[in-house]
Design a protein around this ligand. Structure first.
Ligand code: MN
Length: 204
């Protein structure tokens, strides 16, 4: 299977002023494209060559895993964002967050605190666990929660390439900006999709 760069669901300048056009362009068309190019070249002539991305992530190790997971993680990240500073968490999903974290503001503070605690490159994730509660976890480098049976709902790229041009060492400022861009309707949709596929989830 040859993997290709997926289209962004918005223009390259659409996340400004929180994420600049330059950052998004480099992130998507250079960093992400490189992961795709490297993945395609790594799987040639291997047992992975006909597998879909999610299967590769679950079974591969080394460079194949790293590239495959980065391709998946980036698509998930870009699709979890949307332009604007008026994206609010509301409705049934907000109630779920409140049940799990007490309040939306405690949830936000917790997510940012966890994301700040990652040493080096990696990802912060909001996941659904087999007990059907949601939690915030960190994964270093290309780590992906599907490998340990968790269902990803949201992720935040904590590699410096995601924010260094805009925020330099100020990861917290990037996280505050990221928070303004979260597409909560999309995150809730992901949650609802997995909630409706109970069997495959519980036995994955
Ligand atoms: Mn990235």
């Amino acid at each position: 299977m040859k993997f290709e760069l997926s289209e962004l669901p918005y223009e390259l300048n659409a996340l400004e002023p929180y994420i600049s056009k330059m950052t998004l362009e480099l992130h998507h068309t250079k960093h992400n494209q490189t992961y795709i190019t490297n993945l395609n070249s790594e799987i040639i002539g291997t047992k992975y060559k006909n597998l879909d991305l999610e299967t590769i992530i679950k079974v591969a190790d080394g460079p194949v895993f790293n590239y495959a997971a980065q391709v998946w993680n980036h698509k998930f990240y870009f699709e979890g964002l949307k332009p604007g500073n008026h994206n609010t968490l509301k409705g049934p999903f907000a109630d779920l967050i409140k049940r799990n974290f007490g309040s939306v503001s405690f949830f936000k503070n917790s997510f940012i605190k966890v994301a700040l605690s990652l040493f080096g490159a990696g990802w912060a994730w909001l996941v659904l666990n087999p007990e059907r509660s949601i939690e915030i976890i960190l994964k270093s480098n290309a780590g992906n929660p599907m490998r340990i049976g968790l269902v990803p709902l949201m992720n935040c790229d904590l590699w410096e390439h995601a924010y260094y041009l805009d925020y330099q060492n100020r990861r917290k400022d990037y996280l505050e900006a990221f928070w303004k861009l979260i597409n909560w309707e999309k995150i809730e949709k992901r949650y609802n999709e997995f909630s409706n596929t109970e069997v495959s989830f519980l036995h994955n």
